[in-house]
Design a protein around this ligand. Structure first.
Ligand SMILES: [Zn+2]
Length: 244
């Protein structure tokens, strides 16, 4: 997951709640059978309970999301899980700053305050020993406004300069809807993992909403639609054709 040559199946806490251990086992099995490197990742773990549980389920990596906590509490929360996860050879991603679902309803000050601060990020990395940092540079979960994303690439550059000295990779959540050029720039500025959910989900849902065939074929074509999006993204991220 932490280099562009990897794909990662990411399981969100709500999916884990729904699918439980069989879902994780399915993902691990599918990853093992693939002829390209695939890891299985627990995404946005925001409570100690769910993260400690996830540590025992066979994930390759976890994301510790303490972004709802005050800075110092985020450090101790992330440090605690990071210590446990790394003892099991799992990679740890954590978030600093606060990702918005949407930019609506935020004042400019609120919006700015949610961006990842370089000085804080440096302290955060040193204190927690994480492997990857999810940054907030204007990226959002879900859909970008019609005007498109406005990412603070200057901030990304500063974050990269600092994090690369510490051997920590940068992660960009909310990568659905980023142009080819923007993806390329982000890669150049140190992003090594892109999280894409909205576009994959949309392709699947659209097939189900407008069924052209009977149920069995609808499911098959929905899967094909998702695969097409993933193939396109792999090409964009430079991970296409990278087999074991
Ligand atoms: Zn995310």
């Amino acid at each position: 997951m932490h280099i562009l040559n990897f794909i990662s199946f990411q399981i969100h806490p709500s999916a884990l709640k729904q699918g439980g251990i069989p879902l994780v086992a399915c993902c691990i099995s599918a990853a093992e059978q693939a002829n390209v490197p695939i890891t299985v990742h627990f995404d946005h773990g925001s409570s100690k309970y769910e993260l400690v549980e996830a540590l025992e389920m066979g994930f390759d990596s976890v994301m510790v999301d303490g972004s709802h906590l005050p800075f110092k509490e985020n450090i101790s929360f992330t440090k605690f899980i990071s210590f446990l996860a790394q003892a099991k050879n799992m990679l740890v991603e954590a978030e600093l700053g606060r990702l918005s679902g949407t930019e609506d309803d935020l004042t400019v000050e609120d919006y700015e305050a949610r961006l990842t601060d370089v000085t804080q990020a440096q302290e955060f990395i040193t204190e927690t020993g994480i492997d990857a940092l999810a940054v907030c540079i204007g990226n959002v979960h879900g859909t970008y406004p019609a005007s498109g994303p406005s990412l603070r690439l200057d901030l990304l550059k500063d974050l990269h300069k600092m994090s690369s000295e510490k051997g920590v990779y940068l992660v960009l959540h909310g990568a659905s809807g980023l142009s080819k050029e923007l993806i390329k720039e982000c890669i150049q500025l140190g992003v090594r993992k892109f999280n894409v959910n909205t576009e994959v989900r949309k392709a699947y849902m659209e097939c189900l909403r407008n069924p052209k065939k009977d149920l069995i074929h609808v499911m098959a074509s929905a899967k094909e639609a998702m695969k097409a999006v993933v193939a396109e993204k792999m090409h964009l991220f430079g991970s296409a054709g990278k087999a074991w």
